[in-house]
Design a protein around this ligand. Structure first.
Ligand SMILES: [Zn+2]
Length: 429
């Protein structure tokens, strides 16, 4: 039964407060409803001390200050849980950041997660547990938790790069037999990185499925393959025919979503920005305008972990629209390149990842991005082995695989936020 909540008239941003409470209740697999009459409410939320839950009388958007523990606090120094949870889930610290990296991305070094050293913590989940722990009227929610699942994804940036990248590696390491093999395969149109079948075969050994994100634009900034070519189309269709899934890997550099969606053939069920290149809030506005129900770009390329300090897929909130966005964001927690850049050893990477999964057995969807080129054994040697070790770990520990469509089914809940499911939206140029 839904818990009845009254949000007081003195709350400046009632919709934001309701969104946060709905998100908290959803996290706890429960529901709340909002009532006009204070007398019929079980829980009251307001600015004054007479309320069960207090919220700040002021809200400054991305300028909202946090204390040394990373909490938004009330005048008396106690935590304003609602505002703090809202602030993190929606990455408000990233709004209007001027110090972006070369790709136009928010820098990990500028994040609270870096400064307060908690990128590996599901901090919002801890806040939710504390919030409930402080509320005797919500004690029924205290014991609910979800077992973590994992979501396997592959960004397809390059299909023909093996001759060059692996070839250079092979030459440097005097593996001339490999150079010959790479050139032979390229000459006979069987490039090493056109390996979707191999990846699916590996995953099927464990009964897992994944999603492939395709670049539609071939140029210097984007892919080295022509999406419409029969060779790529065969792979693309093969993925869907086998019951795996496809998504759009939105290109960099001035192209609109509309053209790429047309080239994709149908409306993609999901998107990830190439190089995770998007900035907030415009990135969310753009995604919503496409009508694509899922995006999975929210991750730092510099560090693994929780970019918005939250472990589960969620529907973000539009400050400008004063309502939730009509799509689900799936934070990308883990990417092969992060480790490659840091030159971590294979055993070190395996240990880091397994420790991370062990510490987060509940309330997470572990979204993993393993590029197709990281499955070959030259330049990216060892990474296929790590991937297999992760699948092995998930299987041994009974951790469930969730697919792109599974996430949409479980986490895309416009009705919960009183949005229309198929909102008619115009794709932005
Ligand atoms: Zn990419």
């Amino acid at each position: 039964m839904a818990i009845r909540i009254h949000v007081g008239g003195d709350v400046i941003y009632p919709e934001m407060v309701k969104y946060t409470l709905r998100t908290i209740f959803f996290n706890k697999q429960s529901q709340c409803s909002f009532v006009q009459e204070q007398d019929s409410a079980v829980l009251t939320v307001g600015v004054g001390a007479e309320n069960d839950v207090r919220v700040s009388p002021r809200f400054l958007g991305h300028l909202t200050p946090v204390n040394a523990q990373g909490h938004v606090v009330l005048e008396d120094g106690t935590t304003d849980f609602i505002t703090t949870i809202f602030y993190y889930i929606n990455s408000l610290q990233e709004y209007n950041s001027r110090d972006l990296d070369d790709y136009g991305r928010f820098k990990f070094a500028n994040s609270l997660q870096c400064k307060l050293n908690f990128i590996d913590k599901n901090f919002v989940q801890q806040l939710i547990e504390n919030f409930i722990g402080h509320q005797p009227k919500l004690s029924s929610l205290a014991w609910t938790k979800r077992r973590s699942k994992f979501f396997l994804t592959h960004d397809i940036d390059s299909v023909y790069g093996a001759t060059k990248e692996d070839g250079n590696y092979a030459v440097r390491h005097m593996k001339f037999g490999q150079v010959f093999r790479l050139m032979f395969n390229a000459a006979f149109s069987r490039p090493d990185w056109l390996n979707m079948d191999e990846i699916m075969k590996l995953e099927s050994e464990y009964d897992f499925k994944s999603t492939f994100y395709w670049l539609l634009i071939k140029d210097r900034l984007n892919s080295d393959y022509k999406f419409s070519s029969s060779k790529i189309q065969r792979q693309f269709k093969g993925v869907a025919d086998k019951g795996w899934e496809n998504g759009l890997h939105k290109s960099m550099g001035g192209y609109g979503f509309r053209d790429e969606m047309r080239m994709f053939g149908s409306k993609p069920a999901g998107n990830r920005f190439h190089y995770l290149r998007f900035a907030l809030p415009e990135g969310y506005d753009t995604i919503e305008a496409t009508g694509i129900p899922l995006d999975t770009s929210l991750g730092f390329s510099e560090a693994m972990g929780f970019r918005n300090s939250y472990g589960l897929p969620f529907m973000p909130y539009s400050l400008r629209g004063k309502r939730p966005y009509n799509f689900v964001e799936v934070p990308q927690l883990i990417m092969d390149r992060t480790f490659f850049k840091d030159r971590k050893s294979v055993s070190e990477i395996k240990k880091t990842l397994i420790d991370f999964f062990e510490a987060n057995k509940y309330n997470c969807v572990f979204t993993i991005n393993w590029h197709n080129n990281f499955f070959t054994e030259l330049k990216y040697k060892g990474y296929a082995d790590i991937y297999r070790a992760l699948l092995e770990y998930f299987k041994d520990n009974g951790i469930e695989c969730i697919t792109q469509s599974g996430i949409i089914e479980e986490y895309y809940k416009p009705e919960m936020y009183l949005l229309k499911r198929d909102q008619e939206v115009e794709a932005k140029k």
